[in-house]
Design a protein around this ligand. Structure first.
Ligand SMILES: Nc1ncnc2c1ncn2[C@@H]1O[C@H](COP(=O)(O)OP(=O)(O)OP(=O)(O)O)[C@@H](O)[C@H]1O
Length: 721
């Protein structure tokens, strides 16, 4: 396909192009700066790996064709596209400052100032208005797809998942499938069957506004299924009255208009453009050009981010228990574009343990705005003191996994490490914190992901046809070899990380043995085939998409008969050590259930099974309560016996007199005091777990209601039919 760029036409001959540096990559493509030799013109070439695309070639060609017909100053259009080996090359204008996301990662980790946001959003909205008028839904509006040029021009990119509203047949039906990036997705897109239209782009636009304001999208630290549930169940995110004081009322209002769950109540792009927030937006050359002054060229920034990822992944392998613990608690910030099976995801989501609640999100945010966090962010910038920002693994159909930031142990009393200071001085620009290495959003995943797929690219050889391409690709291979040699340990570790049965899988349940885990019907493994450890492989029962069920899981879904655990005193209870619930848990007698875990992993979870699990959960909670009471009773009676034996009152807590600590009257008293302290701490642990269980119980109940509703509707429909 040949196409005009301005008055000039670009050929479809790969040898007319010289590939230069890599300037970005996404779920299915790598983007290069390139020279179109006949005109000595700089262009960008997006190389879509056809092996990695879900769509068939016709669909992709069609998308490229759609892109080539686009004619709007705020929308990236394709000059031409053609197939090279197993890649589709799309030639387009080169946007020298890359995406807003990259820019934030490099220089504005806490997001942009309002004037810049206003301009970026207004230009993007003009693009959306145009696309919607043309009958298109973009479906992947996010900071990563908003490109900037050095004169401040803003263009919306990436039609990889765009759909034509006027299409019919298969193409039209494909709009009922789940395509895109969970954090940015409208609730109606996440609910299969509900149907959506261009208003879905308005929701994503609202999320993008928050992303530009904070440096990351809301919920970006959570795994996809949790994002899914939060988007459907929680109140829409927005600009917070307290936290976002620096932003104007009209900005907050505009965002709130976009993030309305009822799509019919969202404004059209045309209407939104008339909002006062956009009326006051400055022209791009005034508010945006200054964002890039003094920054290194785009390809160097991309390289810096790649190095950061490699270093972080290498650091991840350091055998530090502390790191492991921290990375567990801080995993998964941001998800990039990936296509997955919504039914699969929903089924898993309905069964997942949900340890955190939304407050965590808020806490996280407040933490970020604290000076300590800023200092830590600087530390993130230092390669020498890198924290673990992400661990990334490719899952079977492109889903990234990540482990997120751990705060480095590198702060001195003033809250900063010397290395961090150096980085800060070297990189601070225009009063912003230039954090070359720091990142909080999903493109980290993409970067590391591209690393993971590189070998595949060279194998399939999309860049090896034609003399010019041979030259470029060999350069690239040389470069990458050099890089790999220089960073061999890191790369080795990258591979290891990719294969590790990591806890970072979005659907993984806590792997510690705990009474709580009985409430979780399915314990997912690391989530993808390669990541299964040997033991899990041996026990493998089923792999469904990214999710696996092993025979170990079977045990976890067995019910505890409610009658089998009597309310016993702690003396008679067969207590055993566990990693959780303070120190103790009941040894539950397990009986098989008729429902197989397979059924639990598919979308049709009968309400009865959910109910059983809920009952178990409830039972666990009651048992834990009983345990506390029993332990306290035991303690009281022990104290009473002790008092009667010794002819004195139960021991008093230690008291201080004249600055000296009195010793307890007897050894026994000291033991009892120790016991009390121990029991108190256990009680606190149990109370925490109890609260968490209650929360989960509530959530499961909600899900149950939802499932029952669906079942009832189904039955009703059958009856009606
Ligand atoms: N024309 C361009 N000029 C400069 N950089 C570009 C251009 N097009 C894309 N990029 C860079 O490459 C990155 C990946 O491109 P793109 O989003 O099109 O790929 P993708 O595989 O569709 O990604 P995703 O699925 O994550 O949206 C962009 O985020 C941007 O940083």
């Amino acid at each position: 396909m040949k196409r005009m760029g301005g008055s000039r036409s670009y050929s479809a001959n790969p040898s007319d192009y010289k590939l230069l540096e890599e300037v970005g990559y996404g779920a299915s493509a790598t983007v290069y700066r390139a020279i179109y030799i006949p005109f000595n013109d700089v262009v960008a070439i997006k190389c879509l790996d056809l092996d990695r695309c879900n769509s068939n070639l016709d669909d992709i060609r069609r998308e490229a064709q759609t892109m080539s017909l686009i004619d709007h100053p705020n929308v990236i259009r394709a000059y031409c596209s053609f197939v090279v080996d197993r890649s589709l090359w799309v030639v387009m204008p080169f946007m020298s400052e890359g995406s807003c996301l990259h820019l934030m990662k490099i220089a504005y980790p806490e997001g942009f100032e309002e004037p810049a946001i206003g301009t970026i959003l207004k230009e993007t909205l003009k693009a959306l208005d145009y696309l919607h008028r043309q009958g298109h839904i973009h479906r992947d509006v996010k900071a990563g797809n908003i490109l900037l040029d050095n004169d401040g021009t803003v263009k919306l990119a990436d039609f990889g998942v765009s759909a034509c509203m006027f299409d019919s047949g298969d193409r039209q039906r494909s709009r009922n499938t789940f395509v895109g990036t969970p954090c940015w997705m409208a609730p109606e897109v996440l609910q299969p069957g509900s149907g959506y239209n261009s208003k879905a782009d308005i929701w994503s636009f609202g999320i993008t506004a928050l992303e530009l304001a904070h440096g990351h999208a809301p919920f970006s630290k959570y795994p996809p299924m949790k994002v899914l549930l939060m988007t459907i169940q929680n109140a829409p995110p927005g600009l917070d009255y307290d936290r976002d004081k620096k932003f104007s009322k009209s900005f907050k209002e505009m965002v709130a208009m976009c993030l309305v769950k009822d799509q019919t109540k969202r404004p059209t792009a045309e209407k939104l453009l008339k909002h006062s927030f956009f009326k006051h937006a400055k022209p791009p050359e005034l508010s945006l050009k200054k964002l890039f002054t003094d920054l290194p060229p785009l390809w160097n920034r991309v390289k810096a981010l790649q190095l950061k990822d490699a270093a972080q992944l290498a650091l991840k392998k350091m055998p530090s228990a502390e790191q492991e613990a921290l990375s567990q608690s801080e995993y998964q910030r941001g998800v990039s574009a990936w296509n997955f099976d919504i039914e699969d995801l929903k089924a898993q989501a309905s069964l997942v343990r949900d340890d955190d609640d939304i407050h965590e999100c808020k806490d996280d945010e407040s933490l970020k705005s604290s000076p300590g966090h800023k200092a830590a962010a600087y530390c993130e910038s230092s390669l020498g003191k890198l924290n673990l920002d992400r661990e990334v693994s490719l899952v079977e159909f492109g889903g990234p996994r990540s482990v997120d930031s751990i705060q480095p142990d590198c702060l001195n009393e003033t809250g900063k490490n010397l290395d961090c200071d150096r980085v800060e001085k070297g990189l601070r620009k225009n009063g912003s914190n230039i954090d070359v290495m720091a990142s909080t959003s999903e493109k980290d995943v993409d970067l590391a992901k591209a690393k993971a797929v590189k070998p595949r690219q060279t194998q399939s050889g999309p860049l090896t046809t034609g003399p010019v391409l041979n030259h470029s690709s060999s350069d690239r291979v040389r470069n990458s070899e050099r890089f790999e040699n220089e960073n061999l340990p890191a790369n080795e570790k990258v591979c290891q990380v990719h294969k590790a049965p990591s806890f970072s899988g979005p659907l993984m349940l806590p792997n510690r043995a705990s009474a709580n885990s009985l409430s979780a019907p399915i314990k997912s493994s690391g989530g993808f085939r390669e990541s299964l450890d040997e033991k899990s492989k041996a026990n493998l029962v089923q792999i469904k998409g990214r999710f696996s069920v092993t025979s170990e899981n079977l045990d976890l879904v067995k019910d505890i008969p409610l009658s089998s655990v009597s309310r016993r005193s702690s003396q008679t209870s067969p207590l055993r050590k566990s990693a959780s619930v303070g120190d103790w848990m009941f040894e539950s007698k397990q009986v098989p259930i008729s429902q197989s875990p397979k059924d639990l992993t598919n979308g049709n979870v009968p309400a009865s099974i959910l109910m059983t699990n809920l009952q178990n959960l409830f039972q666990q909670t009651s048992l834990q309560q009983d345990l506390i009471v029993n332990l306290l009773n035991t303690l009281q009676s022990a104290e009473a016996v002790d008092a009667s034996q010794n002819g004195k009152l139960p021991p008093l807590p230690r008291s201080e007199s004249n600055g000296n600590v009195e010793t307890p009257a007897s050894e026994r008293e000291r033991l009892l005091l120790g016991k009390i302290t121990e029991l108190q701490s256990r009680m606190m642990n149990l109370t925490d777990e109890l609260t968490a269980e209650k929360l989960k119980h509530d959530q499961l109940q909600q899900q149950l209601r939802f499932v029952s509703g669906v079942e009832e509707n189904g039955i009703r429909r059958e009856v009606d039919a």
